[in-house]
Write a protein that binds this ligand. Structure first.
Ligand code: GDP
Ligand code: MN
Length: 389
């Protein structure tokens, strides 16, 4: 689970990390009023989406007066923001955060994460923090230093200070920064995080370290241990369609094409996307029906595809296995079509467990489908139907 910036910062703040004073607003008026309630007059308005790269994409604006805050918030709220870290469709901005602007003399990058190669938690640091960190670090990996957390007593400011010295963070700035880093590590372990990233960790002209931006990803499998975090999910800015699918045990990603996909399994889901694109078609979504989804749940998500005016044809590509059997999906199609009374064309291909039974459901319920035995044929047909051929 990806936390929004303001959620991440508040978690860091609870763990002793210095963060700028700020407020969250969902309307331009609220933003303007929040600006008045902050003590400083130099402010920053920041779009709250589930991705970084906002600075280079217009999602971080400086403002000096409440009226300016109001204007920036009005422009951001309700609009889609597309950054180097979102998909091309971007994300809808539902909240902005209004924060006191910090004077910055230096910017560092700090991250605590699980190293994919060793499966151990590590601390990363770099003196090239800021807007362009990802590009700089990709072109020049030497700018990033790392240390395995198991190898040091991370609660000891001297040990963390030693690591920060290798980044050139010394003196009072180093002391202040090590406090923030210890807070970040505490946040990481205390919340079963997969990632806690501060970029930039700013150093002020007074040598104080402040977390200007933060990204936190919580391990979804550990959410049951953090009931207080689960409540934050509803606030995050995922698409309504994706949330509805999630609630119904279906992994779903909204895309901008016209071929609705009903597929079980992530691998088959990706393969189907590839086939559709290679055949010149354009998928409306990625779908992976989880093995735990029942036919009523699946029907709810299929109904969403039926009701999506962009979707011209629904391509069903199912491989029945031990957990998800073909007839569960056929029943779901039946529920969704009978509920909506739709005649949106279905291109149907199902193989594996209970395929014949599923086919008889599709036939007996008179669903508007054309059946194919192979994926290639089914995909080709779906592409031509979508193209109006
Ligand atoms: P991101 O682009 O999504 O990572 O958003 P950030 O919060 O990191 O902001 C992008 C950039 O805006 C930062 O790297 C800073 O250069 C600048 N910035 C953000 N907040 C402040 C602030 O309070 N003071 C100053 N001086 N610059 C800021
Ligand atoms: Mn940032």
């Amino acid at each position: 689970m990806f936390l929004l910036e303001h959620q991440a910062k508040s978690l860091l703040g609870q763990n002793g990390v210095s963060i700028p004073e700020g407020r969250v607003a969902a309307t331009a008026d609220e933003a303007g009023n929040s600006a008045k309630s902050l003590s400083g007059t130099d402010l920053v308005v920041k779009a709250q989406i589930g991705a970084g790269g906002r600075g280079l994409a217009g999602g971080v604006k400086f403002a000096a007066r409440p009226e300016e805050v109001r204007r920036h918030a009005g422009t951001m709220l309700g609009a889609r923001l597309s950054t180097a870290q979102t998909g091309i469709r971007g994300e809808i901005v539902k909240q902005v955060s209004i924060e006191e602007r910090v004077d910055i003399a230096g910017m560092f990058y700090i991250a605590v994460l699980v190293d994919q190669n060793t499966a151990r938690p590590i601390l990363l640091g770099s003196a090239s923090g800021g807007n362009d960190f990802e590009r700089v670090a990709t072109e020049n990996p030497d700018v990033v230093k790392s240390i395995t957390l198991g190898d040091l007593d991370w609660e000891d400011p001297k040990e963390i200070g030693g690591f920060l010295e290798t980044l050139g963070l010394t003196g009072d700035a180093g002391i202040s920064a090590s406090r923030q880093v210890i807070g970040a590590i505490r946040t990481f372990f205390g919340n079963d995080a997969l990632l806690v990233e501060i970029n930039p960790l700013a150093i002020t002209p007074e040598d104080k370290a402040v977390a200007i931006d933060a990204k936190i990803v919580i391990d979804g499998n550990a959410l049951a241990r953090h009931v207080e975090l689960e409540a934050l999910v509803t606030e995050t800015s995922i698409e309504d369609s994706e949330r509805l699918a999630q609630e119904n045990n279906v992994n779903y990603v909204e895309l901008d094409g016209d071929i609705g996909l009903v597929v079980n399994g992530a691998g088959l889901g990706l393969a189907t996307l590839d086939l559709v694109i290679d055949s010149g078609g354009s998928p409306a979504n990625f779908m992976d029906i989880r093995t735990t989804a029942g036919s009523f749940q699946i029907a709810r998500v299929i109904q969403m595809l039926i009701e999506n005016p962009r979707v011209k044809v629904i391509l069903v590509n199912i491989h029945g296995g031990g957990m998800t059997v073909c007839d569960t999906i056929a029943e779901a199609m039946n529920f969704a079509y009978s509920r909506t009374g739709s005649d949106k064309p279905i291109i149907y291909r199902a193989a594996g467990q209970n395929a014949p039974w599923a086919l008889s459901i599709m036939t007996n319920r008179r669903l508007p489908f054309t059946r194919f035995d192979t994926m290639t044929e089914a995909v080709r047909q779906a592409v031509s139907v979508a193209a109006g051929r």
